[in-house]
Design a binder for this molecule. Structure first.
Ligand code: IFM
Length: 443
């Protein structure tokens, strides 16, 4: 079992590529958002990021040196279709070169088609709240698949549609920065519709990646239990239910009824969204301990549907992002997915932690907290497999320190340190630990 377990690391296009105007790439919503004053820490952006677009060969060599068996990256839609109706061959060529370099070193390419960099012209036409964007996504998926299917077998449609829809359109923390909760509900549906429209156009091992959390009530009081139900509904079930069960959860529709009458859900949409998949990617970082809310503090924008719930401190250590560390949440979550949903291969497509790393005078990066985080969560994966969970792989987030969205370069998630001034890569102690863990195997 453990020898076929797929070990990898993950990145995404806007977070690492840079080369924002090279070879015909058009602007994305993140180019626009990061240039909007006050949206990203210190006004930082992905113009250069890790300069991976120019350094991909070195980065692939680095991956090979660490013994990675798979590399999860995303394709930048604005490189492929920079303007409506225009296919940019130079953009496709970049990913062909990247995939070839991976295959030459025995690393399985694991592309995601959408990791948040919507072409700006599609946002100008309404963005994800506009149904047409789902059809444009399917067209784009078809273009990428046609170009790469001779060398790529594993396809992920979307990464974390929760973030695209809710952070992007409900509270505006992410691009395109709109605080329009009614539109966010439509964005949820059109992201999922885009996924479903793309599925029959792809071949091989096809999946979607959801960011999921294990949500538990802080107490057994009915109010806290209901708060946990609502958060679980918005975070998990609003996405996994339509994809794997073919229906939105009734209680979540009721929770959102003040925002939407769901007339944007057309006949046949749920059949499209629930087309059969081969795998489900789960991104797990932290659990959620939830209680019924005191009034939400002024100046904060609650999640839609979760206006009267708040997160309770579980008393565990936290990462640099302030996220509580609990590997048992991952084990519980995996077992819950197996229990509540039809059988499907599972992959942890992201898991990792940001800490304030620095290069020591000897040139090493000592990151014992990240090693501890990874060790705990990989052990939870091993335990899940022992308990019969069909978990087939694990991708550390992230290969490289990178542009952490609204946090700019202030949060380092990499197992490889990047000096953003010189672009020097230094494998952290965690990268060396991970390489040894891969050699040892899961179980
Ligand atoms: O950096 C992000 C990634 O783009 C999506 N999942 C969570 C990561 C850490 O915040």
């Amino acid at each position: 079992m453990s020898s076929s377990f797929l070990w990898g690391a993950a990145t995404s296009s806007y977070q690492i590529e840079g080369a924002f105007a090279d070879d015909g790439r058009g602007p994305s919503i993140w180019d626009t958002f990061s240039r909007t004053p006050g949206k990203v820490r210190d006004g930082e952006n992905g113009d250069v990021a890790c300069d991976h677009y120019h350094r991909y060969l070195d980065d692939v060599r680095l991956m090979a040196g660490l013994g990675l068996r798979a590399y999860r990256f995303s394709v930048a839609w604005p490189r492929i279709v920079p303007e409506r109706g225009v296919v940019n061959q130079a953009g496709l060529d970049f990913y062909r070169r990247l995939v070839d370099a991976l295959l030459e070193r025995g690393i399985t390419p694991w592309p995601t088609l959408y990791h948040w960099d919507l072409p700006q012209y599609l946002e100008d036409a309404g963005g994800w709240p506009n149904r047409d964007t789902a059809y444009r996504f399917a067209e784009y998926a078809d273009i990428v698949h046609t170009a790469l299917s001779d060398r790529v077998e594993n396809w992920t449609t979307l990464n974390e549609p929760w973030c695209s829809a809710l952070l992007g359109y409900a509270n505006g923390e992410h691009a395109p920065g709109r605080a329009e909760p009614e539109q966010a509900v439509k964005a949820v549906h059109h992201l999922l519709l885009g996924h479903g429209l793309a599925v029959p156009l792809l071949s091989g091992n096809i999946g979607i990646t959801l960011n999921m959390s294990h949500v538990t009530p802080a107490t057994t009081s009915p109010a806290d239990v209901d708060a946990a139900r609502r958060i679980d509904g918005i975070q998990n079930r609003l996405f996994i239910d339509p994809v794997l069960l073919g229906a939105y959860p009734e209680d979540v529709l009721a929770d959102l009824s003040h925002l939407s009458d769901f007339s944007h859900v057309k006949d046949g949409d749920l059949a499209t969204i629930s087309r059969k998949l081969d795998m489900l990617g789960i991104n797990y970082y932290s659990p959620a301990l939830v209680a019924a809310a005191d009034p939400v503090p002024s100046g904060t924008t609650p999640w839609i549907g979760a206006e009267s719930a708040h997160w309770v401190d579980g008393g565990r250590p936290r990462t640099g992002m302030g996220w509580e560390i609990d590997e048992n949440g991952l084990l519980d979550l995996l077992q819950r997915v197996v229990k509540d949903y039809p059988a499907i291969d599972l992959y942890i497509t992201e898991n990792g932690a940001a800490f304030a790393d620095s290069v020591s005078s000897g040139g090493a990066v000592h990151d014992p907290e990240r090693i501890d985080y990874l060790e705990r969560h990989i052990s939870a994966c091993a335990e899940a497999v022992n308990r019969g969970v069909p978990l087939k792989g694990y991708f550390a987030w992230s290969l490289l320190d990178n542009f952490e969205w609204a946090h700019g370069y202030g949060q380092r998630f990499g197992i490889v340190h990047v000096d953003f001034g010189t672009q020097k890569r230094t494998p952290k102690d965690s990268a060396l630990w991970y390489a040894a863990r891969i050699r040892k195997g899961l179980l």
